[in-house]
Design a protein. Structure first.
Length: 312
């Protein structure tokens, strides 16, 4: 497969082995707040946008929604290397951008300004930049463009749509919250619920209690996080993972817990909300990122200032 039109290696950062690392690709609009620039691009076109970016190339861009998440995975890398300087199982961050290399100088300068551990910047002129994800071994793709995310999911890459919002940077400890159905697990029960209502879904769950649920789009990413987490004791782990699901604990929680056990995926805390709003509990957890397939849950999380990513 062809390499992106221009890949800039960040020589300030130790390059990771992509065969061993957990590679995360983020678009520039997911990691930085480029809303004004994007508006300029839509209204005035590419040339005016490029001119603006070149004129401001030494002015750092403000942080975007995924910024604190990237800082937190960097902290995990530091802790992994502290406990084993030869560790290869690290996070590897690359930026995938539809900017030209000329207008991308501001992106590179901004990352260096904040000390972000980004190993590569890929400037792609193709309309569909997601075709390069597999060749870079990407395990998770975060983008502010819905088409990008759908294309990545079609290519079999875990992906989520990041909405631009003001984010309060939580603690350095990496906190990741997953919804259950259609995110960690498959959407089989959701489908039964849509066709047969709550009673049908409950009957289905009781009948299937001993059978683990199918894999959801973010299972592989969660499993890799779990593998990293196992390198530390419970008290010293720089990673905390949470399940916050609309399922009720009494009727539908058992199968979820059994599935996680079957997968060997240890989750630090699980909340079975029984359909109650997730916002208040998320505000309590203060995650760096919350993955959900329900836009109403994403909205509720955003209202609480929680960085959110929608899995369509």
């Amino acid at each position: 497969m062809a390499e992106p039109e221009s890949t800039v290696i960040n020589t300030d950062v130790k390059q990771k082995d992509p065969n061993k690392a957990l590679v995360i690709a983020v678009t520039t609009r997911a990691i930085f707040n480029l809303e004004e620039e994007h508006k300029l691009y839509l209204e005035k076109g590419k040339e005016e946008y490029t001119r603006h970016q070149q004129a401001n190339q030494d002015k750092p861009l403000p942080p975007g929604t995924a910024f604190a998440f990237i800082q937190a995975v960097q902290y995990v890398n530091e802790k992994l290397l502290e406990s084993n300087p030869a560790e290869k199982d690290l996070f590897d961050i690359l930026v995938l951008s539809n900017n030209s290399p000329e207008s991308g100088v501001r992106i590179i300068n901004s990352a260096k300004h904040y000390g972000l551990e980004i190993s590569k910047f890929c400037f792609v002129s193709d309309e569909d930049s997601t075709q390069y994800l597999k060749s870079h071994g990407v395990k998770l793709f975060l983008s502010a463009d819905r088409t990008d995310v759908c294309n990545a999911l079609r290519r079999g890459v875990s992906a989520a749509l990041v909405f631009q919002q003001e984010v309060q940077a939580p603690s350095t400890l990496l906190r990741v919250v997953f919804d259950g159905d259609a995110v960690l697990f498959s959407d089989e029960t959701d489908q039964v619920f849509r066709e047969q209502g709550l009673e049908g879904a409950l009957q289905y769950e009781r009948a299937m209690e001993a059978v683990p649920m199918g894999e959801g789009p973010l299972k592989a990413f969660a499993m890799h996080l779990g593998k990293m987490r196992k390198k530390f004791s419970q008290e010293k782990s720089p990673i905390r993972t949470y399940l916050v699901t609309a399922r009720s604990g009494r009727d539908m929680g058992i199968r979820a817990i059994k599935t996680l056990r079957e997968w060997g995926l240890a989750i630090d805390e699980a909340f079975f909300m029984d359909g109650a709003p997730k916002g208040p509990i998320l505000a309590q957890i203060q995650p760096h990122i919350f993955f959900d397939d329900g836009l109403h849950n994403i909205q509720g999380a955003q209202n609480m200032g929680v960085p959110s990513a929608w899995v369509p």
